[in-house]
Design a protein around this ligand. Sequence first.
Ligand SMILES: *[C@@H]1O[C@H](CO)[C@@H](O)[C@H](O)[C@H]1NC(C)=O
Ligand SMILES: *[C@@H]1O[C@H](CO)[C@@H](O)[C@H](O)[C@H]1NC(C)=O
Ligand SMILES: *[C@@H]1O[C@H](CO)[C@@H](O)[C@H](O)[C@H]1NC(C)=O
Ligand SMILES: *[C@@H]1O[C@H](CO)[C@@H](O)[C@H](O)[C@H]1NC(C)=O
Ligand SMILES: *[C@@H]1O[C@H](CO)[C@@H](O)[C@H](O)[C@H]1NC(C)=O
Ligand SMILES: *[C@@H]1O[C@H](CO)[C@@H](O)[C@H](O)[C@H]1NC(C)=O
Ligand SMILES: *[C@@H]1O[C@H](CO)[C@@H](O)[C@H](O)[C@H]1NC(C)=O
Ligand SMILES: *[C@@H]1O[C@H](CO)[C@@H](O)[C@H](O)[C@H]1NC(C)=O
Ligand SMILES: *[C@@H]1O[C@H](CO)[C@@H](O)[C@H](O)[C@H]1NC(C)=O
Length: 506
Amino acid sequence: MKHPSSYKRLLFLIFLTYSTHHTAAHSLTIPRLSPNPEWEPTLHDPRVASDDAGEEVKTFYFKQILDHFNYRPESYTTFPQRYLINFKYWGGANSSAPIFVYFGAEASIDNSPKSIGTLIDNAASFSALLVYIEHRYYGKSIPFGSRDEALKNASTIGYFNSAQALADYAAILKHVKKTLHAKNSPVIVIGGSYGGMLASWFRLKYPHLAIGALASSAPILYFDKITPPYGYYSVVSRDYREASETCYETIRKSWSEIRRVASQPNGLVTLSQRFNTCHTLKQPSELMNYLRSMYSYAAQYNQPPKYPVSVICGGIDGASDGSDILSKIFAGVVAYRGNTTCKVNGPTNVSETTVGWRWQTCSEMLIPIGIGNDTMFEAAPFSMKIFAQYCKKLFGVSPRPHWITTYYGGHNIKLVLRRFGSNIIFSNGLRDPYSVGGVLENISDNIVAIHTVNGSHCLDILRANESDPGWLVEQRKKEIKIMRRWITHYYVDLYALNNNTKFHSK
Ligand SMILES: *[C@@H]1O[C@H](CO)[C@@H](O)[C@H](O)[C@H]1NC(C)=O
Ligand SMILES: *[C@@H]1O[C@H](CO)[C@@H](O)[C@H](O)[C@H]1NC(C)=O
Ligand SMILES: *[C@@H]1O[C@H](CO)[C@@H](O)[C@H](O)[C@H]1NC(C)=O
Ligand SMILES: *[C@@H]1O[C@H](CO)[C@@H](O)[C@H](O)[C@H]1NC(C)=O
Ligand SMILES: *[C@@H]1O[C@H](CO)[C@@H](O)[C@H](O)[C@H]1NC(C)=O
Ligand SMILES: *[C@@H]1O[C@H](CO)[C@@H](O)[C@H](O)[C@H]1NC(C)=O
Ligand SMILES: *[C@@H]1O[C@H](CO)[C@@H](O)[C@H](O)[C@H]1NC(C)=O
Ligand SMILES: *[C@@H]1O[C@H](CO)[C@@H](O)[C@H](O)[C@H]1NC(C)=O
Ligand SMILES: *[C@@H]1O[C@H](CO)[C@@H](O)[C@H](O)[C@H]1NC(C)=O
């Protein structure tokens, strides 16, 4: 959740940096993963908790070790890692009251207590302590003293990976439990998107620290060819088609029309005027990438009650009679983004999330996303070769496309996890294009998939609202019921084992 104006900047940046070097024939874009849209105020309601959610929170810094996995001299260096605690609802250590822990993802943790509303919504009924931990290299949790130093070269950015991040979370959880004398308090970890992946992996790797995980919109199967690369844009297209067949058709036809106009004498000037661009377009792909990212973003964060996809299609379908394709497309842009500022190639700003996530995708978090033949977009297959060249140029590294599945698994997940692991909820909204890489089937009695047909990215972990549709209310209820069961079973075991002198430890 960023300041609204950073939204456009971010999107420009992601698309333009790629497109200036590559033709549209290849998709180098790995769309952002984040629980919250960097919304524009009018269209994405900031679903935040009341102000007290922010005020109740206390900030702490943990002296975190730089490198958990080696014993080289620099491994022992430390950096301050930020975490936040809300004590208001906690039943206390003496009653072994639970701890809910939100795992920060590729952004600062500043707004999480407000935006990840499911924690605060349920804290009172669970008497839970709420903890929010920031991911290393984001927000205020920066090694090497400054972001410039931390991202400077391979020696410093090399400590920026998910395994180190999970170990950070483990160290902080142990510290928090020790400080609060909360040895027996059960911990449930919660995350959305990339953070949801971390939560599910944490449950598998650190079962002694978390009794369960809620992984919202976590595309843990979008790696290493488990999920076909074209899934993402197929879902985007399906969302538009479901919203309006004519809208879908208009968008589908618009790309060749943009190319046609651009190829005419003065065509780029014409396009620039018609789309109210901030500067004259240098090539049609600037406009096409802007539109593609806008459509995708609206689909990913297609939240009730406004449903941005319907807003865009309302603009496109609602354009006055006789409007040509480009006028309809622009009407869609205006319906979504408003008609006050210039569009498409405005001033850019590189957010820390853009930079950080770019590194993460160029190292281990390689989610191959291409565009197939059956969408409303021009086909653009994913090319590992071109992506690797791009990463080499940017960071001097080659991605490790098999590392995530080597370290965390993913292939044959049903077979593998049926008899190993427990207490993970994989929640998804099937209109979220990232849901194609999510776990959508129940794996066992205790590793379950809870999805909604009309849901979007990370919707379930946001703040509840009286206007929420029934299916969303139902999804959240199911999740809470399951988590309550985990805790009940945990207490049964805890008491049983504590009563048994054989296992009693001093
Ligand atoms: C928790 O238990 C300890 C030890 O029995 C006791 O000293 C302390 O006062 C209790 N705290 C609360 C808040 O009840
Ligand atoms: C990274 O920068 C530091 C500080 O300037 C320097 O000492 C180190 O040699 C550099 N490492 C690499 C791999 O370039
Ligand atoms: C957007 O604003 C411009 C200038 O204010 C106006 O000419 C144009 O018709 C508007 N477009 C739409 C789709 O409202
Ligand atoms: C770019 O982002 C930085 C850091 O968030 C901010 O300080 C700066 O004002 C931004 N620049 C523009 C042009 O928005
Ligand atoms: C799209 O269709 C063309 C021709 O039929 C084929 O060569 C190409 O591989 C297809 N691309 C994808 C991504 O399916
Ligand atoms: C998985 O099981 C739960 C009950 O534990 C059920 O509510 C849910 O609908 C199931 N999910 C799927 C995808 O069948
Ligand atoms: C999903 O939304 C569509 C309208 O867009 C509606 O027809 C359908 O009933 C909804 N499905 C569910 C399961 O709520
Ligand atoms: C619920 O959402 C509406 C907008 O859809 C908003 O105006 C209202 O403030 C929200 N209520 C709460 C309690 O957040
Ligand atoms: C021991 O077991 C009894 C009966 O099963 C239970 O009521 C009690 O709470 C347990 N006590 C402790 C300290 O676990």
